[in-house]
Ligand binder design. Structure first.
Ligand SMILES: Cc1cc2nc3c(=O)[nH]c(=O)nc-3n(C[C@H](O)[C@H](O)[C@H](O)COP(=O)(O)OP(=O)(O)OC[C@H]3O[C@@H](n4cnc5c(N)ncnc54)[C@H](O)[C@@H]3O)c2cc1C
Length: 519
């Protein structure tokens, strides 16, 4: 017999299947020997009350053979001789589009400006240790896109836009742990992602897809309003009548290229602010109402939202036990983001803390038309570079000093490896953003007692939260309204915000190509 139960148990009980089975046997008043196995369906932490509990939905197998969670096996045909579909960019949108394209019997040709994971790792080390930004190979560009050296949190609010389960199953079949299938907030970790991404590339190439590194697209070939292929910066051309453009939010040259080719793009609101970092122990004590969280609870996280000065202020991409990463794509700008290893065992908790920015904020950049938001974003990043000392150090301030408006005389230890420079962040961030951030912070301090502390640091700028540009597409066909065969896709085009939503958008574009090509 099988029974599905929703349990609320202590962290120590939830920790192992054995203790969970013992607890369940007790609940059902049966012998623990009658339970042949337990399958977790969903698991989340409930830290709302003093006693932190774990909520687990389980399927209990009683006196019948235990069947483990099935990890889907994906079987693909070889598509070497099939019709080619060009995919520009190998981020989550590009990679998941490519796998879906193979499933549908077409041949993906991925063009990626950056390098493969192992070489890319060296460029990131150069950035962190020697302050050298390679504009083609960094935290955003290269195999796997911004997803490869990301934190690897795999949750999204865009649940209706695609098949999340399918995305997670693909991650598991390429090496991610099975627990991501049941955890409410699945996380892979930066140390594990690169291997998974390389394994996905292997799936693509072993089944006849092509993966070209150091292949930067610099022009779309358009004839009679239809896509005919792309031109690379090397001068080479790649022909194909369907192009999935999945180049991410940091590929400014792609936005310039489209603008230059008179292909419609639009300025778009995004969010701007800082990375905020606290000691992880402090966040644990606030969230878990204790001095030490113990070994059975993961490092605590938080999610905060407030409306200030008519603007949304919110925490974003929280990384418990993580580090603040330099995520600029050009010398002369400072951009930060965050990641954590799978064990989330660094002593700091960082999170984006951002304010939504729109038309009113870009007013002085209006002359740039569709590129107004992009220029506004770039100007703030360049200001951060100058304020940080023009050596990639990030401008920073203690939280308490930011609220009182004083430049910090010293800065607390933090995880931004390149180094931080004490400045008044009100001189780096636009005034409206600073004002809203300050108001938001005061509100967050009331929600989380201890959040406003001189031990906490704010590091600028968190500016690549989403794309400052939208590349329009037709709702029905997902193609650009002016260029048949051009499929704007993923975060850069404005249709995703994170790994899973970008992956789902990649799948959507691929499916649409499948539908339109078989008509
Ligand atoms: C440090 C860090 C941590 C993050 N943590 C998380 C997280 O925990 N969870 C989460 O959901 N999201 C996270 N993100 C965001 C996430 O990585 C992105 O939302 C996601 O990767 C977007 O996918 P994409 O495929 O649309 O674009 P991208 O991943 O940006 O990929 C675009 C690709 O296009 C390539 N490209 C650009 N221009 C060209 C060109 N001209 N020719 C050829 N190729 C080109 C780039 O090199 C890149 O590989 C993080 C990002 C960073 C940087």
């Amino acid at each position: 017999m099988k029974k599905t139960l929703l349990l609320r148990v202590s962290p120590i009980t939830a920790h192992s299947d054995t203790t969970l089975a013992e607890y369940t046997a007790n609940e059902l008043s049966i012998s623990k020997n009658d339970i042949t196995g337990i399958r977790r369906i969903r698991q989340s932490i409930d830290a709302r009350s003093r006693q932190v509990m774990v909520q687990v939905q389980v399927e209990v197998f009683i006196n019948e053979p235990f069947i483990k969670t099935e990890v889907q096996k994906f079987i693909f045909k070889n598509v070497s001789n099939a019709e080619p579909i060009i995919i520009v960019g190998s981020g989550p949108a590009g990679i998941f589009a490519a796998i879906k394209i193979i499933e549908l019997g077409f041949k993906p040709i991925i063009l990626e400006r950056g390098k493969e994971v192992s070489e890319r790792r060296r460029d990131i080390a150069q950035l962190t240790k020697n302050r050298i930004v390679n504009p083609e190979s960094n935290y955003c560009f290269g195999e796997g896109g911004a997803g490869t050296f990301s934190d690897g949190k795999l949750y999204t609010r865009s649940t209706k836009r695609g098949d999340i389960e399918h995305i997670l199953q693909l991650f598991v079949s390429h090496g991610a742990e099975e627990r991501i299938l049941y955890e409410a907030h699945p996380h892979i970790g930066t140390n594990k992602l690169p291997k998974i991404i390389s394994s996905m590339r292997k799936t693509i190439t072993e089944h006849g897809g092509e993966f070209h590194f150091n292949s930067k697209v610099s022009e779309l070939i358009v004839e009679n309003n239809s896509c005919k292929g792309v031109k690379l910066s090397s001068g080479e051309t790649v022909n194909g009548k369907s192009v999935i453009l999945a180049t991410g939010h940091s590929a400014r040259d792609i936005f310039f290229m489209l603008h230059h080719q008179n292909i419609l793009i639009e300025s778009k609101p995004f969010a701007l602010g800082v990375r905020i970092e606290h000691p992880q122990l402090l966040i644990d004590s606030i969230q878990y109402h204790c001095n030490l969280r113990g070994e059975y609870l993961p490092p605590a996280s938080y999610s905060l939202v407030h409306q200030a000065q008519g603007k949304g202020v919110f925490s974003f991409c929280m990384c418990p036990g993580g580090i603040i990463a330099p995520s600029m794509t050009n010398p002369g700008e400072v951009v930060v983001n965050g990641w954590s290893p799978s064990r989330r065992n660094n002593p700091y908790a960082n999170s984006g803390l951002v304010v939504s920015v729109g038309k009113d904020d870009f007013k002085s950049f209006e002359k740039h038309g569709a590129l107004a938001a992009l220029h506004f974003q770039q100007a703030v990043e360049q200001q951060a570079f100058v304020s940080g000392g023009k050596n990639l150090q990030a401008p920073a301030q203690r939280i308490t000093d930011f609220i009182s408006g004083n430049t910090s005389s010293t800065l607390p230890k933090n995880s931004y490896f390149i180094g931080t420079t004490s400045v008044n962040l009100r001189e780096v961030l636009p005034q409206s953003v600073s004002k809203s951030l300050r108001e938001g912070l005061i509100a967050f301090g009331k929600k989380m007692k201890g959040y406003i502390t001189e031990e906490g640091i704010m590091v600028a700028t968190e500016s690549r939260t989403s794309s400052p540009v939208r590349i329009p597409r037709d709702k029905e066909t997902l193609q650009h309204p002016q260029v048949k065969g051009l499929y704007p896709c993923g975060e850069g085009a404005g249709y995703a915000g994170g790994i899973v939503s970008a992956a789902m958008d990649g799948e959507r574009c691929a499916k649409m190509i499948g539908i339109l090509h078989t008509k």
